[in-house]
Design a protein around this ligand. Structure first.
Ligand SMILES: [Zn+2]
Length: 96
């Protein structure tokens, strides 16, 4: 018998809480909080040098070897120092 009443009370409490939370949510929803529409993957092609995750060489972007790197394996660097810091060595073909 007690259990039944506890369940009813819990149910009422739940309904009360849900009612409260939805009413406060409606007040705080702001339609301005949409995803900012910025261009995707800006960083991908913005380096001076490109290397591959599968090799230890870095290239000038117009090197014929750079062209063989799959886009998903490309690693871009802004400077030679940045590339060498990450363990890459200059390609002997394009001599970056
Ligand atoms: Zn190269």
């Amino acid at each position: 018998m007690l259990k039944k009443w506890t369940t009813v009370l819990l149910l009422l409490a739940c309904l009360f809480l849900v009612g409260c939370s939805t009413s406060t949510e409606q007040e705080t929803i702001s339609p301005d909080e949409l995803m900012p529409e910025q261009s995707e993957s800006v960083n991908q092609d913005s380096g001076q040098y490109v290397g591959s995750v599968n090799s230890d060489k870095y290239h000038l972007p117009d090197c014929r070897w750079a062209g063989k790197i799959k886009p998903e394996n490309e690693v871009w660097f802004d400077t030679k120092e940045e590339a060498e810091e990450q363990g890459y060595i200059p390609c002997k073909t394009c001599k970056p």
